[in-house]
Design a protein around this ligand. Structure first.
Ligand SMILES: Nc1ncnc2c1ncn2[C@@H]1O[C@H](COP(=O)(O)OP(=O)(O)OP(=O)(O)O)[C@@H](O)[C@H]1O
Length: 238
């Protein structure tokens, strides 16, 4: 399966953000989306998830030669600031989520199995979400996608709020999930990007371009990325 985006354009009044962004993402890979503050990473995710309309361009799925338009059910979106019902416990919310999705989803695990996978303690799962830390809320969002298994998962700077132990658990989980999904996450942490990603994609001047894979593990990685983000010309090659 591939997610193909072609010439996506999005602007806010006079502000041009995405200016013909094109890229092909493949199942089985983790992609790191890099770009300077305000370059349009969240805007790209909002366009792909259907939360924002594109001005022009197209996003579609090619599933072994069968082509169809992307729809919102294909996407799981982990927001950098999670939006969850704070008046429910984690357990109540996940139970509710499983109930409303039970017609479409294979329920092969119990609610507790999912909490166990996310290493959320028994005590925490029965506390109100209101008292959860940012990282715990992110975990709950991730948990929802373990249930519905959308083919494409977008993560907007998700791992920044996790402590080192949880970040490691999440990294391992993303690695385990990747064979069945396209995972794209935005980050400003270069170490995380080089550690976790199979491919790095840079958003600069409204366009997407790939970072050569041999750079990922090289000692010059950080400096090269910094040069790339400073370099205005490289986007013309995308
Ligand atoms: N709904 C909106 N209305 C007007 N302008 C917007 C809207 N959403 C985003 N923008 C503008 O579009 C540009 C891109 O914003 P976006 O949040 O996508 O950047 P980003 O790459 O995710 O940034 P950061 O790395 O700082 O999180 C910014 O200039 C932002 O102010």
């Amino acid at each position: 399966m591939r997610l193909i985006i072609e010439d996506i354009v999005k602007q806010f009044e006079e502000k041009k953000v995405l200016q013909g962004a094109s890229y092909t993402f493949e199942k089985g890979n983790i992609y790191g989306l890099l770009g300077r503050n305000g370059v349009g990473k969240t805007t790209l995710f909002n366009c792909l998830s259907g939360e924002m309309a594109l001005d022009s361009g197209r996003a579609y799925i090619d599933d072994n030669g069968t082509v169809r338009e992307l729809n919102h059910e294909d996407i799981g979106y982990v927001y950098s600031l999670p939006i969850l019902p704070e008046f429910l416990t984690g357990y109540e919310f996940v139970k509710f989520f499983m109930d409303i999705n039970k017609a479409n989803v294979q329920m092969d695990r119990s609610i507790d199995d999912y909490f166990d996978m996310m290493t959320i303690t028994n005590e925490d799962r029965h506390r109100l979400i209101k008292g959860y830390s940012h990282g715990m809320k992110n975990k709950i969002q991730m948990l929802l996608f373990l249930i519905t298994k959308p083919p494409i998962i977008l993560l907007d700077e998700p791992l920044t709020s996790f402590d080192v132990i949880v970040a490691l658990e999440m990294k391992n989980m993303l690695r385990e999930m990747k064979s069945d999904h396209i995972l794209i996450f935005s980050t400003h942490i270069l170490q995380l990007a080089s550690d976790l990603c199979d491919e790095l994609v840079v958003l600069n001047k409204g366009k997407l371009s790939s970072v050569p894979t041999d750079l990922l593990k090289s000692p010059e990685f950080e400096q090269s990325i910094i040069n790339l983000l400073k370099d205005e010309a490289h986007v013309d090659n995308s």
